[in-house]
Design a protein around this ligand. Structure first.
Ligand SMILES: Cc1cc2nc3c(=O)[nH]c(=O)nc-3n(C[C@H](O)[C@H](O)[C@H](O)COP(=O)(O)OP(=O)(O)OC[C@H]3O[C@@H](n4cnc5c(N)ncnc54)[C@H](O)[C@@H]3O)c2cc1C
Length: 460
């Protein structure tokens, strides 16, 4: 079998990659070693920047319908009232995004919506087809799968934290175990518990997060169990006692659905590309679930990579160099930020715990801090480094602002398939990529440097 792109792994990253291939006119095969989709709800929060990618992919409405936006996050930095209420709904100044919320949607539902979109575009997942080995030649990648071979111009490894693709490419990932155990449980609670507000309790007994889920009265409990080597049995009694002990709340737990545990580890692959093979998602970066960034980062990796593969097929190969530079920097920043946040949130020694609790109360009581934090977690403030695909002008590397202009959002003026030149309402032009990142901003089209024009031959 011969295709443009072989995508290995049908989690959120691989499904996004396959959808994007079809949208960009690349032939694709998507394989997964599992016999069928995993049912666990795993990741829960879809952030604004990811919804912007889903909008371009034509799946945002379905995912919005499957989820519930948080209206607030109540943070108890020292596990005691009063909470600092971080409002996330209309009261909150989200700025210019069309998706002003954190959307609680179980990963299985996100994957279900993505798979429906894949089918609508004529694609499918080849289940029970594991990648066993791969070999690179002048003409692309030869892959050995459980059920035969596949030859692809490019291969994208979206096969998760224990990636076979990464291992076969010989790309190291230093995984650091933190020796910390987190348990996760989807629980049914009593009537009257606020349905759409999250809670974060930073107790010395352990960090506890209670996150609303789309189904009425169902919440996700995420709890750090310090000093616990083996995961306990997560039944209703255990959950009820743990929450009461740490937060003083009687949840009224009367049903426990999906449960799991995570032994925290973090790491970043030393590269995201070897020749014609690429890594995306957990295969490239791993960290704790605090902040709900894992699924979001994987979707964005794949959304970014595939338009670059499509450009390479049209003969503009330089964009592929930018994938390596940009994703390595973003992946590194993400792993460091989440690891630091997790360490601060799980501190237990009395003095550092008390000091950071005090600092958190002071900082979070400031509106400007709450806004920055929320937009950063929504991934709206990312800045890509200058490099092969980013110039050094104002706005370069940033997300294109998305105000309303004459009844239309600015992002809807951007070509969803190819990078191109966008006239700005205030004058001048910007070169903008299909992932709505600004390559550079210039006084006029005539002022765009030659090296940037070479990246957008279709627009000149
Ligand atoms: C219990 C748990 C809770 C989590 N909670 C959160 C959370 O609250 N928030 C958050 O943001 N993140 C969370 N995460 C992390 C999040 O689920 C991941 O970041 C996300 O799934 C990454 O997506 P991915 O597609 O890159 O990898 P995965 O979802 O791991 O998908 C990889 C796919 O590759 C397939 N595969 C593996 N090897 C092969 C092979 N050799 N050949 C073919 N296919 C292969 C696997 O079967 C799998 O389907 C959680 C993870 C776990 C395990």
């Amino acid at each position: 079998m011969k295709v443009d792109v072989l995508v290995v792994g049908a989690g959120p990253t691989g499904l996004t990659a396959a959808i994007e291939c079809l949208r960009h006119g690349l032939s694709v095969r998507l394989v997964d070693v599992r016999a069928q989709r995993a049912e666990g709800s795993k990741a829960l929060v879809v952030h604004a920047r990811t919804m912007e990618a889903f909008h371009a992919m034509g799946v945002a409405e379905a995912i919005r319908a499957a989820g519930i936006p948080f209206s607030a996050l109540n943070v108890f930095p020292d596990a005691r009232p009063p909470a600092i209420r971080v409002s996330l709904d209309r009261e909150f100044d989200w700025g210019d995004t069309e998706f002003p919320y954190w959307l609680s949607t179980p990963q299985a539902d996100v994957e279900g919506c993505l798979e429906d979109r894949l089918h609508a575009l004529g694609g499918q997942v080849d289940w029970a087809q594991g990648l066993l080995d791969l070999r690179q030649g002048d003409d692309g990648v030869h892959a050995e799968l459980t059920g035969g071979t596949c030859h692809a111009r490019w291969l994208v490894g979206c096969d998760g934290g224990r990636s076979t693709v990464r291992e076969r490419l010989g790309i190291p990932m230093q995984r650091r175990q933190d020796g910390q155990l987190f348990v996760l449980a989807d629980v049914l609670t009593r009537d009257g518990f606020p349905e759409d507000e999250g809670r974060v309790y930073r107790s010395r007994k352990g960090l506890t997060l209670i996150v609303p889920m789309p189904e009425p009265q169902r919440f996700r409990l995420i709890a750090h169990l310090p000093g616990c080597a083996e995961p306990p049995v997560l039944n209703a009694n255990f959950v009820e006692q743990l929450v009461l002990d740490r937060t003083g709340i009687a949840l009224g737990t009367h049903g426990v659905g999906w449960t799991s545990h995570v032994e925290l580890s973090h790491g970043q692959s030393e590269a995201v590309r070897r020749g014609d093979a690429f890594l995306a998602g957990d295969a490239a970066h791993l960290h704790s679930p605090v902040g709900g960034q894992g699924l979001n980062a994987g979707v964005q990796d794949a959304h970014d990579l595939v338009w670059k593969l499509a450009a390479a097929k049209r003969g503009v190969t330089k964009w592929l160099d930018s994938y390596e530079v940009e994703r390595s920097v973003l992946g590194g920043r993400l792993v460091r930020a989440v690891t630091l946040a997790t360490r601060v949130m799980t501190l237990r020694r009395p003095i550092p715990w008390a000091v950071t609790a005090r600092v958190a109360r002071l900082a979070l009581s400031r509106r400007v801090v709450r806004r920055q934090l929320t937009r950063r977690m929504g991934m709206l403030e990312q800045r890509l480094p200058p490099g092969p695909g980013i110039d050094r002008t104002p706005w370069a590397g940033r997300r294109l602002p998305n105000p309303w202009i004459d009844g239309q959002r600015m992002h809807d003026r951007v070509d969803r398939l190819r990078p191109g030149i966008l006239e700005l309402p205030e004058g001048g032009v910007a070169v903008v990529r299909p992932d709505r990142v600004v390559v550079g901003r210039y006084s006029s089209a005539a002022a765009i440097p030659q090296r940037i024009l070479e990246l957008i031959p279709d627009s000149v």
